[in-house]
Design a protein around this ligand. Structure first.
Ligand SMILES: *Cc1c(COP(=O)(O)O)cnc(C)c1O
Length: 354
């Protein structure tokens, strides 16, 4: 990729206190943008100040929902070096999801290089304390102003970033187990649908259930298969793992499960530690009868989120006495130590931002 044109901000923002970042509240100074136009393909990428995106009211994304995104992190290592974690995997996932939504796939190498170029410009925004990162949000939306129902003929790919803190950690630095409501009526994604793409529409489909669960004192929902609600699929916006008979079990990928990069990383690390890792369907009955010693979600934002309680329409199943379990804790520590350069990256997951 030729180096993108960079227009630096003339009004840099103050950096927030790295001990109170939360998630997605602050945005770094710049964003990368690249347009796609029918008959011309991708135009030259640019890096410019973070700010509003002009858009026609008739833009396709605002009506027919051609929108998808990615989420990945840049870390400042214990040696001070800034590195991106598995950006190639996110770029490939966006390219495959784009095809499902009839959008032009950004070439993965180019998307990855644009993420690196953006982080190089906003390098000062990558926080240093353990548990913090610069979260990148690559996004692809339809921008053509046209109301006929067909794929748009103009798109915008953009990437911006947000310095973030640890997602759900308690005062002692451990992971706070969450209470989860098992969703036995609504669904997030169905066979044949778009659940395997990181489509904005999947999030829209999930908000109502999540809001109801929150009203009832739960932090998220457990999604089951859309047909019978008999098999477990994902937890909130995370992939799901359970420890059953000392094996690490996760549902096999399908068109209703998102192929998480964290999911893949944790399976690899668990195998490295000699654990048996199995992709197979997990039934409602297995979790309801209390067979799982641990249940946890995995995703880029929180890395690992242990589940302390599952509520099946009023029937409560407490997992590992409501405490964080050893597998969740071990995998969380292993992965976050690799990400901050405190442990060797034997799988080549980190790439230095030059
Ligand atoms: C993003 C996402 C995940 C987690 O993917 P990571 O690559 O690990 O961040 C899991 N499930 C859903 C539905 C998601 O949207």
């Amino acid at each position: 990729m030729p180096a993108p044109r960079v227009q630096r901000t003339t009004t840099p923002k103050n950096h927030p206190d790295p001990t109170g970042l939360g998630f997605g509240k602050y945005f770094a100074d710049h964003m990368a943008t690249m347009e796609w136009v029918h008959d011309r393909g991708w135009l030259e990428p640019e890096i410019k100040p973070y700010g509003p995106i002009p858009m026609e009211p008739a833009a396709g994304v605002l009506h027919y929902g051609q929108a998808m995104f990615e989420g990945l992190k840049a870390f400042r290592g214990v040696d001070g070096v800034v590195r991106l974690f598995r950006a190639d995997a996110n770029a490939r996932r966006m390219a495959s999801g784009a095809l499902r939504l009839c959008m032009p796939p950004p070439e993965p190498k180019l998307a990855e290089e644009l993420c690196h170029a953006l982080v190089a410009v906003d390098r000062d925004w990558v926080p240093a304390p353990a548990g913090t990162a610069l979260y990148l949000r690559p996004t692809l939306v339809a921008t053509e102003g046209f109301l006929g129902v067909r794929p748009s003929q103009r798109y915008l790919f953009f990437v911006f970033s947000s310095p973030v803190g640890a997602y759900y950690s308690n005062a002692t630095g451990g992971l706070e187990p969450v209470k989860i409501k098992v969703e036995l009526k609504m669904t997030r994604a169905a066979k044949g649908g778009i659940g395997a793409a990181k489509a904005a529409a999947n999030y829209a489909a999930s908000l109502y259930s999540a809001a109801e669960a929150k009203k009832q004192g739960y932090s998220q929902v457990l999604w089951m298969d859309a047909k019978d609600h008999a098999f477990v699929e994902e937890v909130g916006t995370m992939n799901l793992f359970a420890v059953i008979n000392d094996e690490l079990v996760t549902p096999p990928l399908s068109d209703s499960i998102l192929a998480g990069v964290t999911r893949d990383s944790l399976m690899t690390l668990a195998r490295d530690r000699g654990m048996k890792v199995i992709e197979r369907p997990i039934t409602r009955e297995e979790l309801e009868s209390g067979k799982a010693k641990e249940v946890f979600g995995s995703g880029t934002a929180a890395v690992v989120s242990p589940v302390g309680e599952l509520n099946f329409e009023g029937k409560k199943v407490v997992i590992n006495d409501g405490a964080q379990g050893p597998v969740a804790k071990g995998l969380y520590e292993e992965l976050t130590n690799i990400q901050r350069g405190a442990k060797p990256d034997t799988h080549g997951w980190l790439k230095e931002v030059k």
